[in-house]
Ligand binder design. Sequence first.
Ligand code: FUC
Length: 871
Amino acid sequence: MRKRFIWLIGIALCAAMLSLLGLLIYQSRGDSTMHDGIHLKGQAAAPEHALSLWYGKPGKITEKLTKTSDALPIGNGRLAAMAGGGVRSERLQLNEESLWSGGPGGWEKDSRNEGTQGSAYNFGYNEKKPDLPAVYEKLKHGAPSGEAGTQGVDPEELQGNYIGFGNYKNLGFLDLDYRIPAGTAIHGYRRALDLEDGIARVNYAIDEVEYSREYIASYPANAIAVRVAADQPGQVSLGVSVTPGQPDGKIGDTLQDPAVRVEGNAITLSGGLQDNGLLYAGVFRVVNEGGEIKSDAQSISVADADAVTIYFTAATDYRNEYVLPEDSEFFEQLTYRTGESLPEIISRATGALDEAASKSYESFRKEHKDDYQALFGRVALDIGGVNDIPTDQALAKYKKTKRPGQNSRMLETLLYQYGRYLLIASSREDSLPANLQGKWNPENYPPWSADYHTNINLQMNYWPAGGGNLLETMEPLEKFVRSLMVTGRYTAQRYCLPASTQEDAWKSEGAGWSTGNSGNIFGLTAPGTYWGWAWAPTSNAFICQNLYQYLQYGGDTEVFRDNYWPIIREAAVMWSGALYLPEDGLWKGKYVVSPSFSPEHGPLSVANAYDQQLVWELFTFTLDCMKRLGLEESDKALKAEIEEKLANLYSPVNIGKYGIMEWSESDTEFDQYDREHRHMSQMVGFYPGTSIANGDPANFKAAVRTLNWRGDGATGWSMGWKINLWARARDGSRAYRLIRNLFKENLAQNMFGLHEMWGGYPPDGYAFQIDANFGYAAGVQEMLLQSHLGALDLLPALPDAWPEGSVDGLRAIGGHETAMQWSEGKLTSFSVKAFSDGEIKIRNPALPDGEMVIQAKRGEITNYNVQCTNK
Ligand code: FUC
């Protein structure tokens, strides 16, 4: 007994001493931490603009973007960089959007088949193609029986190949050595990404000298700049070098590693991808103000300057070429190349850089700020909150806290505006659309090749564009989709339309286009390599829904008519011709999609909810476009055809035991399938569509039941979707619960959205996927403003966690711009800037009778103060 007592006292004493030691270590660390041989001392002050992600320590450039990623992204649509912000040495990882393997001349498969060599790229088509009536005969009796169920259909018929699918690649690294001796003490280190001006910064002091760095990706200048300055003359010294992102290469037929050439104040990185020979050049220029500049074969050094700016731009010989030559039998003549030689590409990039570096840094900066703020500055959200602790700490606190407070609200605002920032940074006029990682990618075999997935992911990237007042960012999507139509017509004819007597009907414009589930930048529209996710023929309708939003949210009608409308029309042509009309059974006399496949949930079936809903949406908005563009007369044959198909379409919305049915045959399938499956496919008509969200109370109830049944789990993008779905269900608390889950489980340190990789992605099993960021941004907009039911519905799903606030600049359907203020969870005032003349209906319970009508004139602003009126 006594012995035990002495033992216990001993243990207690040890524990006390250990905690004392811990406290001492903690205290000394609180004041100074070691990082890369440097003492980081003192607390960093919060940045000037609250709308900033910020950190008290340097970030890392890692081989993969995972949970721990904390470097900061900048981008101008085409070029992208991640800035690590290291103190003694720093790495920037660089991307150019078209640096892709695969395509004509390439053989590299997608990232899951890394390095597999095959025959030449043939746009993904296999030998076999489906005999559609025979497929229907096999599917028509089958109740769904799980993802593995092909119901006797030869899966090969519904699959393509990924020979030459390719991968989005890493261009390389800019390495900066700041010539700071080991053991130096640095005060007040702060690294930040300011969303208000779109500039990343690093600030710190050594003794009395304040150092500042800025990182800008300028769209108008077509270049990136890194500026290093000090507040006293002659204090900036650094070394600049460049490291290729490719381990090997090929120029023409000659294997040749990438080259880095230093000449005077310029560095050129150039090469050709080993796989497809795609030529590329990254050019860098070091501009010093004061001091001395020297170079050797590997690097450039600047000593004792007042400031140094490093400019960078890049080019490749990629061209999104898709006009089929007259005499072409197939697509083999499409090269997707400009035809330039490597010296020509280098000289094109150098020309762009000459221009960017010819201005003063101040005018480069101003030009960027003006351009960026003209877009970003359109929407302001204030739900309270303070940004007084570094973002990584705020995120850690968020995960632990049960009661969200000021820091949480700031993070929620930041993540919203970060979504808008990322869209601007990864999708600008003349760029490619934002891929699965926007444009940020350090890997040569990134998850899913960082491609374009079209059964939900690409679409989700553009959900925030309309409401977030960023319609300009949609241009790359429209151009890209247009570029898919040549192969897309062939895909439609081969896989979806009834066999034509005319073999090359696909060569005619207007024949109807479609696409499979994943695409590269070389026109691949064939289905993917495994039917269990590859078969996604209504992807075309789903993308067209994005395109229609351009018109809905007030995009330029002429631009819409010339560029967007032909794509939508031809998707409608394709579905008008591709629907099947069964003569008996469940679907007798009704038009159905066959074969039909509920994304990644399966099985092969007929008329599942996702496909029927998307066809319904497509036909409905096609008719609306015809009306608005004044085409009802000139296009009356197609109009009549669509009207007939729509009237006799097998019901896109069916209600069963668990809510909205995912398959038309049976509603017990939820019991058998993965109930928490990330794809909420039967709800595509609830958000973003309107076939369920049409004001019908029974639909509404069933949709809520489905949401409850399917639960609040899921991976990043799926949580993004569920926020939107709960917002449409007008349940702010549930939408907010999803927001909390997203923050807790699916955000990296730099607030990049994450996708759970089911254990297949070391070290932490999560990979960056940008759709979570965009889904969240759209979700917040949907919680604050909805307009799909013919009125501006103000604050339809405001959560209790945001009792006080205001939002200014959100767009509604109709193109009207709104501002709202609320207090104690209730609307207090609003204003509407009308986009067109006519009636605008406004709804909110705080209004007399819950609604009012404004007689608006285009451009006119109507202000309304709820409280005063109520008095
Ligand atoms: C679809 C999703 C996955 C992932 C991938 C990129 O296949 O089902 O979750 O987002 O796209």
